[in-house]
Write a protein that binds this ligand. Structure first.
Ligand SMILES: C[S@@+](CC[C@H](N)C(=O)[O-])C[C@H]1O[C@@H](n2cnc3c(N)ncnc32)[C@H](O)[C@@H]1O
Length: 398
């Protein structure tokens, strides 16, 4: 649709272009010298070399088939060590690409559908061996590297298990039109939703540019801060936010923005857990696990981004004026300690999720609460033991 409106090249997000035809590539890259370098140039593959002698190249392809062919040929370059080694030059080249793009945009060759970026979103911040978002640096406390992305994708399947395979609980019907996923993370929910509902135009927004390149054609990603004024042109039938605890300084105002952005009869669905962990007996009391979860809550109080917002969603929705509000609360065990097949399965999923998130919390505890690094390591060692102990009957309300 955007191509029909704007032409061959559309910027669908600050870091993402959509190309409709090979002419679109030429608009940006010009004629390419690929043949000179022994590359076959066809309608679906172009290669852009920075200079004759250089072994560095940006490989571009005009369609998915061409891209996966090139990925195979250059598979050695996508190994983890190779990617790590290439990160600085890639970041530099991406900067150049964005610069070229801006030039092309200034002469009307590229249409932009996303607000302009004030900093290079590819430029991640590295702290204690993990990477964090650079755009609006410091707002969100957890990392955004591959390890965290895997955790988020894992968490997605865990949430699907909780909801018996459903992507949503709101009764949105079979033909949703405009759908918004705030804080989309790796975009896994948005992609699956777009596949499941071809009628829908799905927009996913996030502070981190960690969404995939190849997505259904009705799915778009934008780098955007949900705490800014919402500038969407459309009103949405359905707005989705999942796992957004500790994201917002004023979460009630985000619910208000969602309310204002809904089409008449539209739905907002929040799927969120909350900290600290809970327990129906006294087995959590005095454990490192309890201390860790409470320390996260305390750090959230210091940064002004609470970990227990989900407790207030219903009340805020009532105050804002939402109609027909339904709240469902599930108890997710921290391991397979409870009885029952589904509870055990959820416990195992959540156990892995928590284990993975421990390292991601280190920066928060050291930088915000002033813990020493080795102090946190010791605490986390004990937390891991508690998590493995089926005698600790902790759960998180979701
Ligand atoms: C725990 S992840 C959840 C990701 C996704 N919703 C899911 O369920 O898979 C929280 C996400 O919210 C994003 N986020 C945090 N603060 C944000 C903000 N102010 N605006 C947009 N996204 C934000 C983070 O970058 C992160 O990707």
């Amino acid at each position: 649709m955007q191509h029909e409106k704007y032409g061959n090249v559309v910027r669908v997000a600050p870091d993402e272009l959509s190309y409709m035809t090979t002419d679109g590539w030429r608009d940006i890259y010009g004629e390419t010298p690929a043949a000179k370098y022994g590359m076959k140039r066809s309608d679906d593959i172009f290669a852009y070399f920075f200079d004759k002698q250089s072994t560095e190249a940006i490989i571009v392809s005009a369609n998915e088939e061409g891209h996966s062919r090139l990925r195979k040929i250059f598979s050695w370059a996508f190994s983890k060590p190779a990617l790590t080694a290439q990160e600085p030059p890639i970041t530099e080249k991406v900067g150049l690409l964005i610069q070229n793009l801006k030039q092309a945009q200034s002469v009307g060759k590229v249409a932009s559908s996303a607000p302009s970026q004030r900093s290079n979103p590819f430029d991640f911040v590295v702290k204690q061996g993990r990477t964090f978002h650079r755009y609006r640096e410091g707002k969100y406390p957890l990392p955004n590297d591959f390890r965290e992305q895997e955790r988020l994708d894992f968490q997605h399947y865990f949430m699907l298990t909780l909801l018996d395979g459903k992507l949503h609980l709101a009764p949105i019907g079979e033909n949703p039109q405009n759908v918004l996923d705030i804080g989309t993370g790796t975009g896994i929910w948005a992609v699956e939703f777009a596949d499941r509902y071809p009628s829908a135009n799905v927009i996913g927004t996030d502070l981190s540019p960690i969404q995939p390149d190849f997505v259904p054609k009705n799915c778009f990603f934008e780098i955007d801060d949900a705490e800014d004024e919402w500038l969407f042109n459309e009103r949405f039938d359905y707005i989705h936010m999942r796992a957004m605890m500790t994201c917002f300084a004023d979460p009630r105002s985000i619910l208000q923005k969602a309310y204002n952005q809904l089409a008449p009869g539209g739905y907002l669905e929040m799927q969120d857990g909350r900290f600290p962990l809970q327990c129906h007996d006294d087995t959590l009391q005095g454990t490192a696990l309890d201390r860790w979860a409470k320390a996260c809550v305390e750090a959230g109080e210091v940064t002004g981004r609470a970990w227990n917002n989900a407790k207030f969603y219903k009340q805020w929705m009532e105050e804002i004026g939402f109609e027909v509000i339904q709240e469902k609360v599930f108890e997710i065990p921290t391991s397979d300690w409870p009885k029952g097949k589904k509870a055990k399965e959820l416990g195992l999923w959540f156990h892995e999720d928590l284990m993975d998130s421990l390292s991601g919390s280190k920066v928060l505890l050291t930088k915000t609460l002033g813990y020493k690094e080795d102090e946190v390591e010791l605490l986390l060692m004990e937390v891991r033991k508690n998590l493995k102990d089926r005698g600790v009957h902790a759960y998180m309300p979701v």
